[in-house]
Design a protein around this ligand. Structure first.
Ligand code: NAD
Ligand code: IPM
Ligand code: MN
Length: 354
């Protein structure tokens, strides 16, 4: 029997609503499988905590988290706390501090899921984004000079290290090789004359170790256009932090919406805990109504189980989500249904029990 210690940061807005369903799914699995147990520790960190304590998490927060087997995160950010504070001081602090440099974000259209594109079949949208998650445009270095003067200047640096680029590209090449998929690199080397020229160079260099992997490079603007016009061009995709962020919201939009999209923040060396979260935010526009779609969070729970090596349970959760989407069973409003967050979670748990 294996017991997993999970740090739970439900966060803000719909974060706690969807997290509750994710935890219920894990509790059900522990009930059905005598080999697995979970020990959850909930941390009340987030915007409310900030308003009370003046910080998003305690000063020793990273030290507290470091010995957990994994972190589950709902969503962070809420009106009343500036986004650059709430997100940098909690979510990005964990991603960077625990060197979760790989962000795996699948973009796959399940049969029955709403898709705004014309004449597109589920098999046409089958991508796995590998987003660089530790540096790039999100490095956080820069300066704000001469504030509130006519000379005011702001500088936001993009930081692309050789080690950072090589390791994310190697991860993407390995995945493409394993899955026998093509690999697309997203660039903007025509305008970003340092960072993206270097990115392209490292992509080509690392590629020499993978002559069997078929590659292509698209400029990010053309890539956004092709994701809409001809999504089957993309299989494994490697992108910088910012480009990966933007393209995966677009990816969610063409594959059923934000309510289905999950993202795994991985420290592949397992020196630190990895973090599993839906890619959506705290959705203040629907928070507190009990109508948020919990399936992205539940999918994150499946990603975590897969990371632990419980592929069978991860597969069962994915199968249950696919069944619900295809049969329109207990779906929330965003997927065209009328179910509440909890009713959607109940239906998924019923399928797991079968
Ligand atoms: P958002 O993802 O929260 O919402 C975008 C739209 O998608 C909204 O209309 C929302 O109702 C809908 N939506 C999102 N998740 C849904 C779900 N599970 N079910 C049904 N509908 C869903 O993005 P935003 O509005 O740009 O950001 C809101 C806040 O969240 C901001 O503070 C932002 O910084 C933060 N944010 C946090 C994360 C994170 O914690 N990982 C990610 C993105 C944004
Ligand atoms: C995401 C979010 C975050 C990101 C924000 C909230 C910092 O948009 O996880 O996609 O850009 O990484
Ligand atoms: Mn995003």
């Amino acid at each position: 029997m294996k017991e997993y210690r999970i740090a739970v940061i439900a966060g803000d807005g719909i974060g706690p609503e969807v997290m509750y369903e994710g935890i219920r799914v894990l509790e059900k699995i522990a009930e059905l499988d005598p080999e697995i147990r979970f020990c959850f520790t909930e941390f009340p960190w987030g915007c409310e905590y900030y308003l009370e304590h003046g910080e998003m998490m305690p000063a020793d927060g990273m030290d507290i988290l470091k010995d957990y087997d994994a972190i589950l995160l709902g969503a962070v950010g809420y009106p009343g706390v500036p986004d650059h504070i709430s997100l940098r001081d909690l979510l990005l602090r964990i991603r960077h501090g625990f060197d979760e440099y790989v962000n795996v974000r699948p973009v796959q259209l399940m049969p029955g899921a709403p898709c705004p594109l014309k004449d597109v079949k589920p098999e046409d949208i089958n991508m796995i984004f590998i987003r660089e998650n530790s540096e790039g445009e999100y490095h956080g270095s820069g300066a704000w000079l001469y504030p509130d003067t006519p000379q005011e200047v702001v500088i936001q640096n993009g930081v692309f290290s050789r080690m950072g680029c090589e390791r994310i590209m190697r991860y993407a090449y390995e995945l493409a090789r394993k899955k026998q998929m093509t690999l697309t690199s997203i660039s903007k080397g025509n305008a970003l004359n340092y960072s993206m020229v270097f990115w392209d160079q490292v992509f080509a260099e690392v590629g020499k170790e993978y002559p069997d992997v078929k590659t292509q490079t698209f400029l990010v603007d053309a890539a956004s256009m092709f994701m809409v016009k001809d999504p089957k061009r993309f299989q494994v995709v490697v992108a910088s932090n910012l480009f990966g962020d933007i393209l995966t919201d677009l990816g969610a939009a063409i594959s059923g919406g934000m309510g289905l999209a999950s993202g795994a923040n991985l420290n592949p060396e397992r020196k630190y805990p990895s973090m599993f979260e839906p890619i959506h935010g705290s959705a203040p526009d629907i928070a507190g109504k009990g109508i948020a779609n919990p399936l992205a969070m539940i999918r994150s729970v499946a990603d975590m189980l897969e990371f632990f090596g419980h592929d069978a349970w991860a597969g069962k959760i994915m199968k249950a989500i696919e069944t619900m989407v295809e049969t329109e069973d207990s779906l929330t409003v965003d997927l065209g249904g009328t179910a509440s967050t909890q009713e959607c979670g109940d239906a998924l748990i019923r399928l797991l029990e079968k």
